[in-house]
Design a protein around this ligand. Structure first.
Ligand code: NAD
Ligand code: ZN
Length: 365
């Protein structure tokens, strides 16, 4: 499927299909008819080792490849400067087209580099992780981390297109796949009851796509989940590009999830795993407030656990609640919470008290 994104500052398509890599070149050429075609690939050595062959299959002349090491700790200004230096040495001018080929780290850093190199050049997202395909490649948020916190420097800069080849997910470590699927569960919970039901009824087929030695696994069920999740994100960011209202619903599970990531120094849990724990805590808050009936809340928790296992971690409820007060998404010190009211529907509340939050966090631990 091809899913359009339409925001006040950009219009582009997300194309989701298996076996997309070998057809990249003509698709890229079509993006800017009449302009010079000067592609530069930005990727990690591990991803390139796995997938360079199909990537280059449709290119007559292979583009310049710039490598950026894998890992969240390399998502920082020093890497942006180094890549910019390499771009300049390789002769990249205003017509350069950056191709971000990797997970969310590569996507965020390439998008930010494209936003500031020569005051802004074009780029395309070719996401290789589930999280990047359903979430980070879409919506135009780009940036890098500071020692003081994640994504503290950045800019909105939309790609020209997103090409998500679901075959890429076959080589993804299983834990990364499961963690990414937690963001799809989130999409179902906040906006799409059909996606939620599909994930309930097809868990085995969806999860079977990735595992060591599953190079030929059938990714059809997973591709359906990717498309439905992208649709949710596309609709939400198309309606609220700069997160003044609706886009906040994408933060379901993230307030406490971010606190867990901070409490564990971003090392013990994958992002999706922390969000899964945060969703469980938010559900307990929603049940305590009677915003959702217990039966629906239990269905959600069961689905989250079905796509587990969720690794445990060490943190106290007090510590986590204190960390939520520092969340980047807070405005004027007010913590906003996204609470489900039914499967596929949420409300945003701004009046959660500290004791309520402590109780919900405690019940998760
Ligand atoms: P990641 O980019 O670190 O990738 C995870 C690991 O998988 C890496 O080691 C990577 O090299 C490897 N990998 C990637 N594709 C692979 C493949 N096909 N086969 C085998 N291995 C592969 O992590 P991620 O979860 O994709 O992204 C996380 C980042 O995304 C965070 O920095 C987060 O802040 C950011 N993010 C951004 C947005 C946004 O809107 N811009 C949204 C959500 C998350
Ligand atoms: Zn997330």
């Amino acid at each position: 499927p091809v899913i359009p994104i339409n925001t006040p500052s950009a219009t582009y398509n997300v194309t989701i299909a298996p076996n997309l890599l070998p057809t990249l070149h003509p698709r890229l050429r079509k993006l800017n008819p009449g302009r010079p075609f000067r592609p530069f690939i930005i990727t990690s050595p591990n991803i390139w080792a796995l997938w360079s062959k199909p990537f280059l299959a449709s290119f007559k002349e292979p583009p310049t490849v710039l490598f950026h090491p894998a890992g969240e700790r390399h998502k920082r200004m020093a890497s942006v400067e180094s890549l910019a230096q390499q771009l300049s040495t390789a002769g990249a001018d205003r017509d350069a087209l950056l191709l971000a080929f990797g997970g969310g780290v590569i996507g965020d850093i390439t998008g930010f580099l494209a936003a500031i190199y020569m005051r802004g050049i074009r780029y395309v997202q070719i996401p290789t992780t589930l999280l990047a395909q359903v979430d980070s490649s879409i919506g135009g948020k780009t940036g890098v981390n500071l020692a003081a916190g994640k994504n503290l420097i950045g800019s909105f800069h939309h790609p020209q297109a997103v090409f998500a080849d679901t075959d890429l997910l076959r080589t993804l470590p299983p834990a990364e796949l499961r963690a990414g699927l937690q963001e799809s569960i989130k999409a179902g919970v906040i906006y799409d009851a059909r996606l939620f039901r599909y994930m309930e009824q097809n868990a085995e087929a969806i999860l079977s796509a990735s595992a060591p030695a599953k190079r030929n696994a059938d990714t059809a069920a997973l591709a359906k989940v990717v498309a439905a999740s992208v649709r949710v994100k596309a609709e939400v960011v198309s309606q609220d590009e700069k997160e003044s209202g609706l886009r906040m619903i994408l933060n379901f599970g993230h307030t406490i999830g971010h606190a867990i990531e901070a409490a564990t120094s971003y090392k013990q849990l994958l992002h999706g795993e922390a969000v899964a724990w945060g969703s469980i805590a938010a559900l307990s808050l929603a049940v305590a407030r009677n915003t959702i009936v217990e039966k629906d809340a239990n269905r959600i928790v069961n689905l989250i656990l079905r796509y587990g296992p969720l690794p445990t971690f060490k943190a106290t409820a007090e510590e986590l609640v204190a960390l939520t007060a520092r969340d980047k998404k807070n405005r004027s010190g007010i913590r906003s919470f996204v609470l489900p009211t039914a499967i596929g529907k949420v409300e945003i509340v701004h009046d959660v008290t500290e004791p309520e939050l402590l109780a919900a966090t405690q019940s998760m631990l």
